[in-house]
Design a protein around this ligand. Structure first.
Ligand code: FAD
Length: 494
């Protein structure tokens, strides 16, 4: 198991017994209970999908998975678990990348997947109220006929749930335009660690009536309660979307390029994504693209995807064409080449290259994934420093680390640093990477987690980005909500 630190022992918690199972069967129908214990006696293999994360990196111990359908059922389960001191791991689509949704010891997994109803959608205000277990993509499909889109979009949209997105405060590809979930989530319904239902499912845009409790659960990673319902503001779909894909000779051109693009595109710019050369080549090897002519790309060091979302195609195309013209005709062009998508198909394949990288990384081997915030100017320095570190340790090559690459959301200062171990995870690779990477990020005054969260992977590294005072107050908040420490124990807090 690769928890990034030793697994804490949960001597304060009890494991699920047959008596507990008998109680759960009074709350849930048999089809909603998976347990290796009698009378369920579910084969262990059937629990496997709930006991391993998307990367295959974190392997859990849960012998019982519960799949409630209603908030009342969640409340009854949590209340009982509190009375019996049974640990609970809330689980959404299980696509998180920091081991937060996996049971460390034998906590039960409370999977929200069966809570998947849209409760209401108001096409005038754009406010959507839904169960936490709704898949992000299904919510997008639900509101598409009303010409609305979700304010969040990410590569895992086909599996991740809105409750999981909220609990990780996921960022994704639309954050630049629509802001973070701290702004777009209007209300939450949460089952607290004693089983109480906190109903703050407000549909108000403005509500300054004291402390905004819901913010604690956005990014709370299931440590303060189980999110069961969500009220979220969805923006109108843009009338027109376009994208361009640019090849840059040097990374140093990124900053001036970003400034020019922002100035020239103004209000229509909706994404500015970065892909380094290693990531681009990997994408091509896995059948994504090619987007640009191989000869024109030459020895380009990195690539940028710019998306626009606006209200008038002619206006937006005029802006994009004049941007490209400006970039190509400069005395010392910042780009080697670039292309403007000419069809919905080309628009989609440009995005497919960027969005498909996470899956390509997965196919390349076992990835060490670091999702960090650092100043834009340092993106490539961080990637290069990690590669050099592995070379200097004699760990770079097919036997050890086969690729080090960076891609991410430049517009948000968020770098996804991926370090691939072709033949699997190994302790000496981890020892060379950590705490080196965390110290490197801290030296740039960055964050060790820009958007994936802390989970189990980075609890021991929290102090690189949070002061002792901050951690102390986080502990106090946890103590107030979850004095028994049953809710996702061992996650987030060291
Ligand atoms: P899970 O993985 O099941 O859980 C994640 C955490 O939330 C766990 O701590 C869990 O306990 C908690 N949790 C889940 N549901 C609830 C609930 N209802 N109540 C309380 N706690 C809960 N992240 C980004 O921010 N931006 C990206 O662009 C991005 N791209 C990705 C692309 C791919 C291909 C993949 C696999 C992941 C990506 N991620 C990205 C990671 C991201 O965190 C998750 O995809 C997503 O937000 C997690 O949702 P989930 O439903 O899968 O949650």
């Amino acid at each position: 198991q690769r928890w990034g630190h030793s697994i804490p022992s949960f001597s304060h918690l009890n494991t699920v017994t047959e008596q507990d199972l008998a109680h759960f069967s009074k709350i849930l129908p048999p089809t909603s209970i998976l347990s290796t214990l009698p009378p369920s006696a579910t084969p262990i293999d059937d629990l496997a999908p709930y006991n391993v994360d998307w990367m295959g990196k974190y392997h859990g111990q849960a012998n019982t998975v519960l799949r409630p359908r209603t908030t009342q059922q969640v409340s009854a389960i949590v209340k009982y678990c509190a009375s019996q001191r049974i640990g609970i791991v809330p689980q959404g689509g299980n696509t998180g990348l920091v081991g937060g949704s996996i049971s460390l010891q034998k906590e039960i997994v409370l999977n929200l997947g069966a809570m998947n109803n849209v409760r209401s959608f108001d096409p005038v205000s754009g406010i959507l109220v839904a169960d936490a277990g709704c898949i992000l993509e299904s919510l997008s499909n639900h509101i598409a006929p009303y010409n609305h889109i979700m304010p969040i979009d990410l590569g895992a949209k086909g599996s991740c749930q809105i409750g999981g997105n909220i609990s990780t405060n996921a960022g994704g590809l639309r954050l630049l335009r629509y802001g973070s979930l701290h702004g777009t989530v209007l209300g939450l319904e949460v089952v607290l660690p004693d089983g109480t239902i906190l109903d703050q499912l407000s549909t108000l845009r403005k509500d300054n009536t004291g402390y905004d409790l819901k913010q604690l659960f956005i990014g709370g990673e299931g440590t303060l309660g189980v999110v069961t319902g969500v009220s979220i503001l969805t923006p109108p779909a843009p009338q027109t979307s376009n994208n361009i894909f640019l090849a840059l000779p040097h990374f140093k051109n990124i900053l001036p390029l970003f400034q020019i693009v922002k100035r020239q595109l103004g209000e229509i710019m909706s994404a500015f994504e970065y892909i380094d050369r290693t990531a681009y080549d990997m994408g091509l090897e896995h059948g994504l693209g090619p987007i640009l002519d191989v000869d024109e790309v030459g020895d380009a060091q990195c690539f940028v995807l710019v998306e626009t979302s606006g209200g008038n195609q002619d206006h937006d195309l005029e802006k994009l064409n004049s941007l490209l013209e400006h970039l190509m005709s400069a005395d010392e062009p910042l780009i080697y080449t670039g292309t403007l998508s000419q069809s919905p198909g080309q628009f989609a394949s440009i995005w497919a290259l960027r969005e498909g990288l996470t899956e390509c990384v997965q196919k390349e081997g076992k990835p060490y994934k670091y999702d960090v915030s650092v100043p834009l100017a340092d993106f490539q320095n961080v990637v290069d420093a990690v590669r050099e570190r592995m070379i200097s340790k004699g760990l770079y090559g097919d036997d050890g680390i086969s690729k080090v690459m960076g891609y991410g959301h430049i517009g948000d200062g968020n770098l996804h640093l991926n370090v691939i171990a072709k033949h699997g995870y190994r302790p000496e690779l981890e020892a060379a990477l950590e705490p080196f990477i965390y110290e490197l990020v801290a030296s740039h005054k960055g964050s060790v987690s820009a958007e994936h969260g802390i989970g189990a992977m980075k609890a021991h590294a929290l102090h690189y980005s949070k002061s002792d005072v901050s951690i102390e107050w986080m502990r106090k908040i946890k103590q107030v909500f979850d004095p028994l420490n049953i809710m996702n124990p061992g996650k987030v807090l060291p």
